[in-house]
Design a protein around this ligand. Structure first.
Ligand code: PBG
Length: 325
């Protein structure tokens, strides 16, 4: 034995305090952004069937929800409106008293120190469920940009701190940046869903947001999961157009993409830990097949290790509780 040459890596793993001393990646509560679904009506707290622990809430429940988040130490939310009325141009998305605009006002009035991110898309608001408007059976890029810009400006007017366009139209960052600047919102940053794949992991979200496409799918505007170089092109465009944050979505099957984007672009990187990624863990944990706390912390840590600075996650409350223990 004595003449064997090898390194003793286990020296640094002997005790928990030793391990925490050399831990390279740490998750903080400040990294977490919690998604909220707001519906019209009163006294509604409706559990989303495919997402245990996630609710659609009406405006009157928002305050309690925000208090809970503040008590847990979570300081950022991303809001998704679920309107009652839909039409072919998604008018409720940019209505001054649309559901999401009302929600943003409500949150900022009662909890001004929370950072409110507004998701900017049309799919919850259009009767066809696509992220832009439909002309001749196609999702019309440039016509959609006008409506998306109106949506972003109305969200900023309502008090949103960050605009997060998720629609995947070409030029959406340029259009929204210009719209915000021209309306006096030059100080409001754009968190771009720069790299968004056409993913089966969005299934449960579409239950929560009532946003399934009523014909076809989103493959003509969201990215092909097989593509890596294209992700760099997408991120490059958005950086050039003035994005302040970059999102990679989904997270877990795309950690390689996250690392590349982080290494190439000097902007805060956001991982979107999407609905399907949440529901799969919840289902396995409910069956007693995995240890939920350990799995959740391992997954969130892996996103940070891959380069994410921030994580949008339905696990934010759970993670904050685990971090407190
Ligand atoms: C809307 C949007 C989607 C998500 C966030 N914004 C879904 C989609 O493209 O259908 C997905 C979020 C999730 O699955 O958690 N454009």
């Amino acid at each position: 034995m004595s003449d064997l040459q090898f390194k003793r890596h286990r020296r640094l793993r002997r005790t928990e305090s030793m391990r925490s001393l050399v831990r390279e990646t740490k998750l903080h509560k400040e990294d977490l952004i919690y998604p909220i679904f707001i519906v019209e009506g009163e006294n509604i707290k409706h559990s989303v069937k495919s997402m245990p622990g996630v609710y659609q809430v009406s405006l009157d429940h928002l305050s309690a929800e925000m208090k809970e988040l503040e008590n847990l130490g979570i300081r950022s939310v991303i809001v998704f409106g679920v309107p009652k009325e839909k039409d072919d141009v998604g008018s409720e998305a940019y209505h001054a008293s649309g559901i999401v605009q009302k929600a943003i006002r409500h949150i900022k009035e009662a909890h001004p120190s929370l950072t409110v991110v507004a998701d900017t898309c049309l799919c919850q608001y259009t009767d066809h469920g696509h992220c832009g408007i439909v002309l001749d059976g196609d999702i019309a890029n440039d016509d959609s940009l006008e409506l998306l810009t109106k949506t972003a400006v109305s969200q900023a007017e309502a008090g949103a701190d960050i605009i997060a366009p998720s629609n995947m139209m070409d030029g959406f960052v340029a259009a929204i940046r210009r719209g915000l600047d021209e309306s006096g919102y030059g100080h409001i940053p754009v968190m771009s869903y720069a790299v968004k794949y056409a993913s089966a992991f969005y299934g449960p979200f579409r239950d929560a947001a009532h946003s399934s496409p009523q014909f076809g799918d989103r493959r003509a505007y969201q990215m092909d999961p097989a593509n890596r170089i294209e992700a760099i092109r997408e991120a490059e465009s958005d950086v050039g157009e003035g994005a302040d944050f970059l999102i990679v979505k989904p997270a877990l099957s795309y950690l390689d993409i996250m690392r590349e984007v982080k290494d190439r672009f000097n902007l805060p990187l956001v991982a979107y830990n999407v609905s399907g990624e949440y529901s799969m863990i919840k289902a396995a944990a409910a069956n007693g097949w995995v240890n939920e706390e350990e799995i959740v912390m391992e997954k969130l840590t892996s996103m940070k290790r891959a380069g994410a600075d921030l994580i949008i996650t339905y696990f934010a409350k759970d993670a904050a509780n685990y971090l407190d223990q």
